[in-house]
Design a protein around this ligand. Sequence first.
Ligand code: B12
Length: 504
Amino acid sequence: MIPQRHVLLINPTITKRRSARFPLAVLNLSASLDGRYTSSIIDGNVDTDFVSTTLRALQTGRIDAVGISVMGGPQLRTAIFVSRAIRERFPATPIIWGGHFPTICAGPSLNSPYADYAIRGQGEETLGKLLDTLFSGDTDELSTIAGLSWRAGDQIVHNPNRGFSPAGLGRILPYERLGNPRQYIAKTYLGRHTTGYQAALGCRFRCTFCGVAAMFRGKTALPDPDRLDRDLQFLTTQFGVDAIQFFDHNFFDREVDTAPLLEVLAKFQLPWWCFARSDALLNLSERSWALVKKSQLRMAYIGAESPSDWLLHDVRKGTSTDQTLAAVELCRSHGVTPELSFMLAPPQDPEGETERTFEFIRHIKRIHPKTEIMLYVYAPLPPAPGSKNLPVERAVGNLRDCTGAPLVFPTTADEWAEDEWLAYWCHTDAPWLSPRLRSRIRDFTTVLGCRFPTVTDIRSPSWGKATLSAMAAWRYRLQRYERPWELDFSKKFIRLWDPRVSGL
Ligand code: B12
């Protein structure tokens, strides 16, 4: 019998060990290859020397291809690092990139000496087909694989997109391939043994600024309630899970589909957190809210984005500011903390919109002080290859830097990994921000974060958070945000947790 070919799947470091959660992308890919290829996983979030581990694995001579998961931002750097090391030592090994970065930036991914193939969108079927082609040696087939970008001589070819697949909802994840799965179950403000978990796939909306829309193009699929039941049973009995952070792109869909999932959650009563939309929450009946309460939903992350309806319309959000306010009220009355995210400094009116957002946040804090606030800079990404997306093209087509020159996105992965573009991908900076606006955003973020330390921060001591809050109170009250040097200084000793960087 011919031994099956072996694929090494790598999740390069994106966060510290204590923030590491199940690397769902590589777990799903690994499960999808079963029966055709064997696979193993290296996770840079738990293996601090994952590059050496990778090279040692390749040294055995038993690895036929490497698949690397790449999100833009800090993970791009570690992905480049490991890819370069593999290329240098094992130049014949095919290196396949997949994930959010190659989905949007397939061209820049392949404009590098270390990635041979870029898989766009959901990766399972495309990866299987690519491996079949590579191992059969029939490279003529490459042009037939939907969702694949590849090099034909010195040309980069983007094959058509692959259609949405709900197949992931039927998969059982091979947690045991992570060595010690329990190291991914962490203490958070939700519980002592919190897991990350994904119930549904995709999102039916196509907001122009969102990476999820680039990946799923408006498609979604919800799981069978029995699957959720079975998985929660497994996670609670095998790993002692007592709280869940749902990684679903959008947990609350149409009530008729979501209600059976809420029934399951109400049965388990594990405190939970999820992504949600204000309109979906407003559409829930009292019966569903009763289930939400019983199931112990602690916090819902809602993309409020902006205090201006024209901007919400422009980015195709599909919700209004009135709905944001109504959802805050509804969450408050049902004991759920709303966590609102905002996009500051859109290029149409960076200063004006930023100030209006600060005012809107102050208004919300007056209505419901426990509302959590996540601040990002509006930073739309280029359209993904293979899809004609006019609204996204329009959103990025007229971008200019702060000197008025047209904005030119990087053309290589290395360039995307430079400080300026890394910050852009992480929504912490954009080229059209003036130095004054940049400081204004930084100062407001500091004062707000100290005045209202996030409840998700269980690492900083309570006395430290109370001290910072008291110190920031006068600045917040009088709106004197500028140069909060005393808060910056104190934060050197009392380190606050930033959920934008590390999650819960
Ligand atoms: C968990 C998570 C994190 C965790 C990382 C994991 C951990 N704690 O261990 C943390 C908190 C660190 C994180 C950070 C960031 N995140 Co994050 N994160 C997520 C989240 C919620 C879940 C990821 C996940 O497990 N998905 C489930 C898996 C199955 O899906 P997947 O990763 O997309 O994988 C599929 C495909 O992409 C593809 N694929 C993926 N890898 C590979 C590899 C190969 C070889 C192939 C073939 C295919 C392939 O196939 C997979 C299966 O279909 C997603 C939202 C979401 N639901 O995806 C956001 C998300 C991925 N994050 C996002 C972003 C932007 C970030 C940040 C870069 C910026 C920010 N401020 O949010 C930061 C970086 C912070 C920093 N350090 O400065 C965006 C990405 C959008 C984009 N265009 O890049 C998302 C989609 C959230 C959103 N709605 O905007 N994140």
